[in-house]
Design a binder for this molecule. Structure first.
Ligand SMILES: NC(=O)c1ccc[n+]([C@@H]2O[C@H](COP(=O)([O-])OP(=O)(O)OC[C@H]3O[C@@H](n4cnc5c(N)ncnc54)[C@H](O)[C@@H]3O)[C@@H](O)[C@H]2O)c1
Length: 365
């Protein structure tokens, strides 16, 4: 199969979908891999490294989309890439269709098959822990006084209290945030709806400044927090929130909200996605950090995890064809967003008022 790896065009996105190691594996199987010039630069990989692994280097994105059937990327298809899509393409990338009507319009109009990589990871997305770890690091940075923060240190000095954080959601991202915060010495309350998640975090961090509590008690902690991290995956159809606009008045004016989930109008009513170029905005006097590609800040590490997680899926698609690969692996099938332009993702259908055909119906034909 002809596999294309375009260079990511989202501002300050340094990740790349495949490293030379995966390219070598695929070319060893007899697949052809096309990599766009400089695609790996910010992940520390040169075009020569890709050539040595057996890839053909293409000068432009247009050449990649023309040459390849399977397009493997990291981020969503952005408007500048819309016209490059073709009906015979199989797209494997992070898509987040339910949140992005223009992108989904285009995928359906072109009539291609698309798989959302974010939904294909049996053991959680490899970049989620990283997003929590780096997002928490940014929160600590923003808690310093010269950034407008509360000015509390994350370590105890001379009896002065350490900074306090709330982590909402103790899943892959939330546990990543705990790793950074608790390693530094921050005092953390972790809130989750799931007793199992609370229990596991309590066991993991029994010897740190950590307590887990039910999300129902969130309001007890808001007033004392220097940093609030949102790591809850908020269902797209929900119109309620965990932190409402009116709650912002209860926070310290120097507190910062780091919304790692960054669903617009999701768990945090006042959140909207931002970029590394302009990561923070102020809403009702409270700073919000809502960068939606946090792992892009550590591309060397995040590309390695992402590429190795995608490789088995790519190999299977190349060997069996996309539909048979989905029949053989329910995790891959779970990522199907559309097949030949037919929407298969119920969540996007529900949020955007579209018709859909369950993927199982197509796969069982
Ligand atoms: N900004 C970024 O760059 C970036 C990167 C990776 C992931 N994310 C986002 O981070 C979010 C979290 O991902 P994850 O992999 O940790 O998800 P996850 O499913 O592993 O964890 C979510 C946690 O939230 C808890 N939860 C669900 N509903 C809740 C509620 N109402 N109240 C309290 N807790 C609740 C769940 O029990 C679970 O423990 C996702 O939305 C994901 O898209 C963002």
């Amino acid at each position: 199969m002809k596999i294309g790896v375009p260079k990511e065009i989202k501002p300050q996105e340094g990740r790349v979908a495949l490293l030379p190691e995966q390219v070598e594996n695929l070319t060893g199987d007899g697949e052809e891999v096309f990599v766009q010039k400089d695609a790996g630069l910010l992940s520390g990989i040169s075009d020569q490294d890709y050539s040595a692994a057996g890839a053909t280097i293409c000068q432009t994105a247009a050449e990649i989309f023309e040459a390849a059937e399977l397009i493997v990327k990291v981020k969503e298809i952005l408007p500048a890439e819309f016209d490059l899509l073709q009906k015979h393409h199989i797209l494997l990338t992070n898509i987040h269709s339910a949140n992005d009507r223009p992108q989904l319009d285009q995928l359906l109009k072109v009539g291609l098959t698309a798989i959302a990589a974010e939904d294909t990871h049996q053991f959680g997305s490899p970049n989620c822990p990283l997003a929590g770890e780096v997002g928490a690091f940014e929160g600590v940075r923003l808690s310093l006084a010269h950034h407008g923060g509360t000015g509390r240190h994350f370590m105890s000095h001379f009896g002065a209290p350490v900074s306090k954080a709330i982590v909402l959601g103790l899943g892959h991202v939330g546990r990543g945030a705990l790793r950074t915060l608790l390693s530094l010495g921050v005092e953390v309350v972790g809130l989750d709806i799931n007793p199992g998640a609370r229990k596991q975090a309590s066991l993991d961090w029994h010897n740190a400044h950590f307590r887990a509590d039910d999300i129902a008690n969130l309001h007890d902690y808001l007033g004392a927090a220097d940093m609030i991290f949102n790591c809850v995956m908020w269902p797209k159809h929900r119109n309620d929130h965990l932190i409402h606009r009116s709650d912002l008045a209860r926070l310290k004016p120097t507190a910062v909200i780091v919304d790692i989930s960054c669903d617009e109008g999701g768990a945090i009513e006042t959140s909207r996605p931002t970029s590394w170029q302009d990561p923070v905005y102020v809403e009702d006097g409270i700073r919000h950090f809502c960068v939606d590609n946090i792992p892009g800040a550590v591309p060397i590490s995040s590309s390695a995890g992402y590429a190795s997680a995608l490789l088995p899926h790519i190999k299977s698609i190349a060997k069996h064809g996309v539909l048979e690969a989905c029949r053989r692996d329910l995790w891959l099938a779970q990522g199907l967003n559309c097949v030949d332009g037919i929407l298969t993702l119920e969540e996007a259908a529900r949020v955007q008022g579209r018709d859909f055909t369950p993927a199982a119906e197509i796969l069982n034909k």
